[in-house]
Design a protein around this ligand. Structure first.
Ligand SMILES: Nc1ncnc2c1ncn2[C@@H]1O[C@H](COP(=O)(O)OP(=O)(O)OP(=O)(O)O)[C@@H](O)[C@H]1O
Length: 272
């Protein structure tokens, strides 16, 4: 784990990370094979790559979601190397460590807008992470915090009492985004935050990340093929193919001198 004496740990460190899904307790194929990179404070890393390349697996691991039960759930095991978020090693993630991790980490999964509980209002949904940690948290302070993040994601006050089914997909995505931000994280892990959603959400994602970046300790990992968004954010990119990083660095360098045929193909497809 790299840290400078007396300074905060690097927000995201991934060291030779290999990971496998387990089905019915049995290990399956490798979803990640020896992945290494760092996202330092102030940096944004865009993760791109082929379908099945391991992008969502990486995002899930960094968000502490090694096991997700229920329909469509998954069970991932770190089988080699490790990953660290704000200095917390993820390979052995106890519940108390997971609580510390999720306190500082905003996670916007690919299906974030579908994951919202149907029977809760927007106000309740956004405040849930606060009350899940402290049932006696001051109600006015929680409400104020919810209003701040609601405003940050461009939603009007009027949606606070609505239920998810009363909202558009784009609005639900914004609610999920607001909810992920309510605890004031310094790390954002976002999995395709703009895919298939109206174009205005894209602008909001850029604006919110720009705001979050005012915190010098902030770092973000964003899975997206939207090079325009990544350029606006001044992001570096990591290109994933078959569980391995096959291109890493500044956007123009990676696509200008591709080190792997897949990077060349992707660059052409994206018009990089
Ligand atoms: N729940 C799961 N159970 C078992 N294997 C899985 C599961 N989810 C993903 N995998 C496997 O892990 C590998 C990486 O998948 P992952 O979803 O991380 O890729 P991805 O790059 O995010 O793809 P996409 O762009 O399609 O979302 C694939 O081989 C996939 O089949």
């Amino acid at each position: 784990m790299k840290t400078q004496p007396g300074s905060a740990p690097t927000p995201i460190v991934v060291q030779d990370l290999s990971a496998q899904y387990r089905t019915k307790g049995r290990p399956g194929g490798y979803a990640l094979r020896g992945v290494s990179f760092e996202v330092k404070a102030g940096e944004i890393l865009g993760v791109l790559g082929e379908s099945g390349g391991g992008k969502s697996t990486l995002a899930r691991i960094l968000a502490g979601e090694l096991v997700q039960k229920g329909p469509g759930g998954y069970d991932i095991r770190i089988s080699g190397g490790d990953a660290f978020v704000n200095g917390l090693a993820l390979r052995t993630l106890s519940q108390s460590k997971r609580n510390r991790l999720t306190f500082h980490t905003a996670y916007l999964p690919q299906d974030a807008n579908d994951r919202l509980e149907r029977t809760a209002t927007v106000a309740e949904l956004i405040q849930q992470p606060i009350f899940a940690r402290d049932k006696r948290f001051n109600a006015d302070a929680a409400q104020n915090r919810a209003l701040t993040v609601l405003d940050a994601v461009g939603l009007p006050l009027a949606v606070m009492e609505k239920y998810p089914y009363e909202l558009s997909d784009g609005q639900r995505q914004r609610v999920a985004f607001a909810r992920s931000l309510v605890l004031g994280p310094n790390v954002l892990i976002a999995d395709e935050p703009t895919a298939g959603i109206d174009a205005t959400v894209r602008d909001t994602v850029v604006q919110v990340i720009t705001q979050l970046r005012q915190d010098p300790a902030f770092a973000g990992l964003v899975v997206t093929h939207d090079l325009a968004v990544l350029r606006q954010l001044g992001a570096k990119v990591a290109i994933m193919h078959d569980g391995v990083i096959v291109g890493y660095g500044e956007i123009d360098e990676v696509f200008g001198k591709p080190d792997h045929p897949y990077v060349a193909r992707l660059g052409q497809a994206l018009g990089a």
